[in-house]
Write a new protein. Structure first.
Length: 245
């Protein structure tokens, strides 16, 4: 996958360093993989990524478009910690079905298959948009952006946040949204009576209710205001129906 970059985090403080920054419990990545995110102090998304445990390092599998930002942020937080952050030449491969030796199951759910880190691309040619739409999984640059709150985007369902691990950047806002408020907006799977393009506004009567994001045939992901979900929603000329979670 040429749209991914793999960073290596080494040094004796690598686990504690990341543990105090990201939304998930880094200890779970010692012998496996986690899905997680780095947030602003206001609880908004900077980027999502995977952390993969190695014998002497933690690998960070991140979208190429946000890799420089993540590298800069991590370097800023490093201070005096015994941590070294470098970009590797590892290639990220993904697929479904039988796993190659050394591959790991995508922590967001087995429906997203496996991920493999090596020198060559051994990935499969799969319609990943269709997989994401079928299972309600957001992607950076499509559903996820700098205004996203991770709970609205389903990170709890996707095993991307841990509420028992302790403090991290943006933790107070995320915890408040979990325990003290009811979500008013969020990502939902929808069906469309006819195809529409990504970015089409969704209306409920005369009021705007949300936006269509990734489209796969007659299904799509949409960011919606929950109080405006109704039986008469439209996106352009298409009728919109919200699918059960």
């Amino acid at each position: 996958m040429n749209n991914r970059v793999v960073l290596s985090v080494t040094g004796s403080d690598r686990h504690s360093f990341l543990q105090g920054l990201v939304t998930n419990d880094v200890k779970r990545a010692r012998d496996g993989i986690i899905y997680t995110a780095l947030l602003t102090p206001q609880g908004k998304l900077i980027t999502d990524f995977f952390v993969v445990g190695q014998e002497n390092a933690l690998l960070i599998d991140v979208a190429a478009e946000t890799a420089p930002t993540l590298f800069q942020r991590l370097s800023m937080y490093k201070l005096r910690a015994d941590v070294q952050i470098t970009e590797t030449e590892l290639v990220v491969s993904t697929g479904l079905g039988a796993m190659p030796d050394g591959a790991v199951i995508d922590p967001r759910g087995p429906q997203m298959g496996w991920r493999y880190y090596g020198q060559d691309d051994i990935g499969q040619d799969i319609d990943w948009d269709a997989q994401r739409v079928a299972h309600g999984i957001p992607e950076l640059g499509r559903e996820l952006n700098s205004e996203s709150y991770i709970l609205e985007m389903g990170f709890e369902r996707l095993n991307g946040v841990d509420f028992k691990k302790g403090c991290y950047v943006g933790q107070e806002v995320t915890a408040r949204m979990k325990h003290k408020t009811e979500l008013r907006k969020g990502l939902r799977r929808i069906t469309l009576s006819e195809p529409v393009i990504e970015g089409t506004p969704i209306h409920s009567g005369e009021k705007e209710a949300g936006t269509v994001h990734t489209v796969s045939g007659r299904e799509a992901l949409a960011y919606l205001r929950f109080d405006r979900i109704s039986d008469d929603m439209t996106a352009g000329a298409a009728r919109v129906t919200v699918l059960p979670e």
